[in-house]
Design a protein around this ligand. Structure first.
Ligand code: SF4
Length: 350
């Protein structure tokens, strides 16, 4: 908790007065302190293609990680028509390293619809597209079409839970937090409002050490007034992330790796990969793992890599051999591989 002199919260009058004060202070903070982002414009509605692309990339991913990908995608596919016309494998290759690969497949599928039918002008229309959930649809409607959509993600839940000191823990508190956030939305500057709230959550009302001294809502914030705002939102005790085990097989020829395409369904679906065993809850013995090797050879274990996915942590043993693989696959460098396989491609090297 930052060492700050506590001030009593601003007296709460009628909802509209509170709302108007909160809105005025946050929007004027945003005008001074809002982040400059590659997909953001001020003073006019943003281009729906840029907003959609950025919002899909930002799902579960930080602004810092998204920035270079966003710029590269726009340079390569400046319009939704260009993106729709791109071969899917090229798009998946360009997405490599950004994670959550179903987003890339959905992006390509949605681009076909958007290029054909145009951009929907409302939240409901966006919701029908692959990869666009309630949050993303609301964000696009607010930012690109200036509609008073209630844009609520984890950042907004955290800020609102603190502002109102919501006692109920997540995820049960979601509906309450959504309703409280909705009370602050009006038809005035809805795109800026959504982005102001996101920016407050990302830069000031941060998860571990909120910078309450620089917050436009400090005088109104119930969690700040009560002390220990970082303990909001309340959460039930966390279960430990399960671990899975697998083995990957690395075959190299003239500096290229033998790659295969993962099945469309499932984790990293459709992405280029090293051949692997299944990923299961128990360790693989060497003999068990090698029964799944893509070729006969003198396989040597060269290392093991660790990777954390959303729902489990993976330990992947890496075997290498000079072998002659058969079946569906191709030779290529590691540039189009997802991060876990890039790590496996590097395992055991200096
Ligand atoms: Fe978050 Fe602190 Fe601002 Fe409250 S005063 S909204 S806890 S940054």
């Amino acid at each position: 908790m930052p060492a700050l002199a506590r001030r009593p919260p601003t007296p709460v009058g009628k909802l509209s007065t509170t709302r108007d004060n909160l809105r005025k202070s946050l929007l004027s903070w945003y005008d001074q302190n809002g982040r400059t982002l590659p997909w953001r414009v001020r003073g006019r509605a943003a281009d729906p293609y840029r907003v959609w692309l950025s919002e899909i990339m930002l799902q579960q991913t930080t602004v810092a990680a998204v920035g270079p990908y966003f710029e590269r995608f726009l340079a390569r596919w400046p319009t939704v028509a260009a993106l729709a016309a791109a071969p899917r494998d090229e798009l998946l290759g360009a997405w490599a390293g950004l994670g959550y690969y179903s987003r890339a497949r959905n992006l390509h599928a949605a681009a076909q619809v958007l290029a054909e039918q145009g951009f929907p002008a409302d939240e409901a229309g966006w919701r029908t597209l692959p990869g666009v959930g309630p949050y993303t649809a609301a964000a696009i409607a607010a930012i690109a079409f200036d509609q008073p959509a209630n844009v609520v993600d984890g950042n907004v839940e955290r800020v609102i839970s603190r502002l109102r000191a919501v006692a109920a823990p997540l995820p049960g508190a979601k509906a309450e937090l959504r309703a409280l956030a909705g009370e602050l939305v009006t038809a005035e500057r809805p795109g800026d409002w959504a982005q102001a709230l996101m920016d407050l959550g990302a830069t000031v009302c941060t998860p571990k050490a909120p910078k309450c001294g620089g917050c436009p809502w400090m005088n109104a914030c119930a969690a700040f007034a009560a002390g220990a705002p970082e303990t909001f939102p309340r959460r039930p005790t966390k279960a430990e992330r399960p671990r899975r085990y697998g083995a990957a097989f690395r075959i190299e020829r003239n500096g290229a790796l033998w790659l295969v395409r993962r099945p469309d369904k499932g984790l990293l679906g459709g992405m280029a990969a090293l051949p692997t065993t299944a990923w299961r809850a128990t360790k693989w013995t060497r003999a068990e793992a090698l029964a799944h090797a893509p070729a006969e050879g003198r396989w040597k274990k060269v290392g093991a890599v660790e990777h954390v996915f959303t729902h489990f942590a993976l330990t992947l043993d890496v075997y290498a051999a000079d072998a002659a693989p058969g079946g569906n696959g191709w030779w290529d460098d590691a540039s189009a591989l997802p991060t876990v396989f890039k790590k496996a491609a590097m395992a055991g090297r200096e």
